[in-house]
Write a protein that binds this ligand. Structure first.
Ligand SMILES: [Zn+2]
Ligand SMILES: [Zn+2]
Length: 100
């Protein structure tokens, strides 16, 4: 499931951001691979990268990685792998992570 967001920027009462209009609105989405917030550029012509693995739109960075590795690696998978690795280590009785 991909979350879509919406962003409204109003810089009329501040110096604003260079290169950006004072008031603009755009939609945003959460990249399923890094969970980063990505803003849709309304003036962008080319399509966003779509990962066939998780059927979600990716940010430019993750799409570049996916184009090289051809692998779908979502943040959920990374968290799961990290957790199971920690559990395995704990099961071996040689904890490399020292808890206070
Ligand atoms: Zn990403
Ligand atoms: Zn994916």
């Amino acid at each position: 499931m991909q979350k879509e967001g919406y962003l409204f920027v109003d810089h009329r009462n501040s110096p604003g951001v260079e290169g950006l209009p004072k008031v603009f609105e755009t939609s945003s989405f959460t990249c399923s691979h890094c969970h980063g917030q990505v803003l849709m550029n309304p003036h962008r012509a080319r399509m966003r990268g779509l990962c066939p693995g998780c059927r979600s739109v990716l940010c430019d960075r993750c799409e570049a990685i996916r184009a090289v590795t051809l692998k779908c690696k979502t943040m959920d998978q990374i968290i799961e792998e990290t957790l199971s690795a920690v559990q395995k280590q704990a099961g071996l009785g040689s904890p490399s992570i020292l808890l206070p």
